[in-house]
Design a protein around this ligand. Structure first.
Ligand code: MCN
Ligand code: MO
Length: 710
């Protein structure tokens, strides 16, 4: 059995010995380089003087402002013209020679002002409000009026920037027959579908080479990807675009930037009766691919607001609003970190107000196991789990951490979460046997750092009862499987893995059929054990390799593709806690210890799952303490790693990870996603620890000298 064991990543030997192949490593003879001129203004009418090797919106999308604006720019950093040159240096020189004229227009950066529609962030919009929805359950107004305690406030989950080590990048080549595209993306298939509809041709192959991280920023199809593909098709030469870090930070899509204004009704014992409020997401500039993506996250932030608590009455209005900041896209957690930061801040305010222990307040409010599956007032169902039991396990760690406190500048905080993972609508897997006995697993997902290939090999090896060494996992090429969805929403191991499991079971049936035929027996007369076919009566066995060879000779195909239709997502949950120390002289906060306790159903590979919690939680900690996108007049000011504070190993606390398996999911793997959990809950765990020391309310982050520690 491999599932459940801490197996080292099969992906790693290649990557850590420098043999990975990222998009910029892919070399085609005669490649030209593309660079983009970017708007310096958040809102302006722009005219670019035409010239040789300069392409504008008029060339790429005549008469339209998307993906490349022909006339009206709506954020600083927006690509407004592409240049094509023999190498990068010439390309950037050519950029500097472009004559461009701006007529600045009034801009709006604040989503609350933008909602009033006094300044249209793009002249052709009917309203800056991209989407508005009301989520209503029970009788929130009445309950609120009857509550003895009412807390009100405003919270801002600030704008941050997903910063994978590898930037985006694309190489596109029309070979006269077919458009071949290599892209640093989270899904080759999804990018292909978007390019097919934009370019109007079918013959497109998309390859996802090795990808150095994405964190949600490489889900959507970016304007530059449409533009480079278009130009490659038009010019018939290979074109490559790799942005600089600065360009990446300006335009790869920011994350979060969501607000909550709330009223919460509470009983004296700390039971929350009703939640009332509005969630406002600053989507930034209009760009359909990004806005569709992040508006969905605004809605899920609203619908997940009740968290793991049995709050029966709720009334939340959610607004997705366009402004003249760069567009936002999904960033690790995508709506759930915002909801969790909101409700977990509120839980600690309730504890502070009523002088109750924060863990006790949660214990009084959590959904009980007998209520599972539980549907929250906004219609989100939490499928399985035992929240009180997880809290009681957390309690001993919480007490232990509190005992480690030395001095009044050290405090412990905790946060609980429930989230949604393993989104549909479906996923594919293909499993086939080569004549030489190798088993190939192909997935329609697009792993880019998580180690899912290792998990898939574990699942397939267990199903086929064979050594993992016989298995090879492939992905990221639209030619090797019929179609696919991708890697995001912590879905890959659960829905992609379930598809692999089903395909491996199908292959097993075919192997039994082939083995029986080779032994001239009926299917019922043979059995499959330890990768061999055994005749039940005679005891005669056939090795896997013999069965495979016979199948080929007998004309039995050993190539199966399954599509796993996803009925429902699934809901992991957990409690994370942090011991922090505040240095009031320097205004720095350090996380000394961090303990995470999660229930993600079956854990396929505890080594990889723990790695996800480490990395994810550090990103969550970083939003609490370091990261924020800073603007001056709509222009991003900290667009380098010198200015934008990313966490390093130095900022990483000592981690402890524990898991329980009370809530397996209904998917064939029995697993729930873990890829985002740490980021979902890490931020409020740290914020709540700081609140414990400073005894104050915080409305925005990061917490540093400028914002709170003065
Ligand atoms: N795992 C497990 N048992 C479980 C759940 C997960 O062993 N019950 C393991 C899996 O084997 C897999 C990893 O944990 O190796 C993550 O699996 P899963 O939770 O299915 O998440 P995905 O593979 O779908 O990854 C997506 C998720 C998201 S949405 C973001 S954003 C994110 C994240 O993964 N971006 C990442 N982690 C990242 N890690 C890296 N290195 N780079 C990114 O860009
Ligand atoms: Mo993601």
């Amino acid at each position: 059995k491999y599932v459940g064991k801490p197996i080292k990543r099969l992906e790693d030997p290649k990557l850590i010995t420098g043999r990975g192949s990222f998009v910029d490593d892919v070399q085609l003879p005669g490649t030209y380089y593309v660079a983009f001129l970017r708007s310096e203004y958040p809102h302006a009418l722009v005219s670019v003087k035409p010239g040789p090797n300069i392409f504008t919106g008029f060339d790429i999308n005549p008469g339209k402002d998307f993906p490349i604006p022909s006339r009206e720019v709506t954020y600083a950093g927006q690509p407004i013209a592409a240049v094509v040159a023999r190498d990068r240096y010439e390309a950037y020189d050519l950029l500097e020679s472009i004559e461009v004229n701006y007529e600045p227009l009034r801009h709006e950066l604040d989503p609350f002002n933008a909602m009033e529609d006094k300044v249209k962030v793009y002249s052709k919009l009917e309203s800056n409000i991209y989407a508005k929805k009301e989520f209503v359950g029970g009788e929130a107004k009445k309950e609120l009026e009857e509550s003895p305690v009412v807390l009100t406030g405003e919270l801002h989950n600030q704008r941050v920037i997903a910063s994978p080590m590898e930037t985006r990048g694309i190489l596109a080549w029309f070979d006269g027959n077919r458009l071949n595209v290599w892209s640093s993306t989270q899904s080759a298939h999804y990018l292909r579908r978007n390019l097919v509809s934009f370019l109007g041709i079918q013959n497109i192959r998309v390859i996802q080479p090795d990808v150095g991280g994405a964190f949600g920023s490489k889900i959507i199809t970016h304007p530059e990807e449409y533009a480079v593909s278009f130009l490659a098709l038009k010019l018939g030469i290979p074109l490559k675009w790799i942005p600089t870090r600065r360009e990446e930070m300006l335009s790869a899509g920011h994350g979060r930037d969501k607000w909550l204004r709330y009223k919460v009704g509470v009983k004296r014992d700390g039971t929350i009766t009703a939640i009332f409020g509005s969630v406002v997401g600053n989507l930034g500039a209009p760009y359909r691919d990004a806005n569709d993506d992040d508006s969905g996250n605004v809605m899920s932030a609203a619908r997940m607001l009740p968290g793991p608590y049995r709050i029966k009455h709720g009334y939340v209005t959610a607004y997705s609003v366009n402004t003249n900041l760069p567009p936002t896209t999904s960033y690790r957690g995508a709506g759930r970190p915002e909801a969790t930061y909101f409700i977990e801040s509120i839980m600690d305010e309730v504890a502070m107000e009523l002088k109750l222990d924060p863990l006790e307040v949660r214990a009084r409010n959590v959904v009980r196991p007998e209520e599972m599956p539980y549907t929250n007032p906004f219609g989100i169902t939490y499928d399985t789990g035992n929240y009180p039991e997880l809290l009681s396990i957390a309690r001993s760690h919480y007490e232990q951490l509190k005992a480690e406190i030395r001095g009044e500048n050290q405090c412990v905080g905790l946060a609980m979460y429930v989230e949604i993972t393993a989104f549909g609508p479906w996923e594919t897997a293909r499993v086939y046997a080569k004549y030489d006995g190798r088993i190939i697993v192909v997935t329609g997902t697009g792993p880019h750092g998580q180690g899912d290939a290792t998990a898939f090999a574990q699942i397939a090896a267990d199903t086929l009862e064979i050594p993992m060494e016989l298995i090879e996992v492939k992905w990221g090429d639209t030619d090797i499987i019929e179609d696919g969805i991708g890697t995001w929403g912590s879905r890959t191991v659960t829905v992609g893995g379930s598809a692999v499991l089903m395909a491996a079971q199908e292959l097993k049936k075919k192997l039994i059929e082939a083995g029986a035929k080779a032994m001239e027996a009926d299917v019922e007369e043979v059995e499959f054990t330890e990768g061999k076919i055994r005749h039940k009566k005679t005891g005669k066995t056939m090795e896997l390799i013999e069965v495979i060879k016979s199948a080929y000779k007998l004309g039995i195909s050993l190539d199966v593709t399954t599509v796993y239709p996803v009925k429902k997502p699934t809901s992991p949950y957990g409690v994370h806690m942090a011991l922090i120390e505040i240095d009031k002289e320097t205004g720095t906060v350090r996380v000394k210890r961090y303990i995470a306790i999660d229930d993600v159903g079956n854990v396929i590979n505890p080594l990889l799952a723990e790695g996800q919690i480490h990395g994810g939680s550090l990103q969550g900690i970083s939003q609490a303490l370091y990261e924020t996108a800073e603007f001056s007049d709509g222009v991003l000011q900290n667009a380098t790693f010198g200015d934008y504070a990313l966490p390093t190993a130095m900022e990483s606390p000592r981690f402890t990870w524990k898991f329980i398996t009370n809530g397996t999911s209904p998917h064939p793997t029995g697993s729930k996603g873990i890829g985002e959990a740490g980021t979902v809950v890490g931020t409020p765990a740290v914020i709540n620890a700081i609140r414990g020391c400073l005894k104050s309310k915080f409305s925005t982050m990061p917490i540093n000298f400028e914002t709170a520690l003065r």
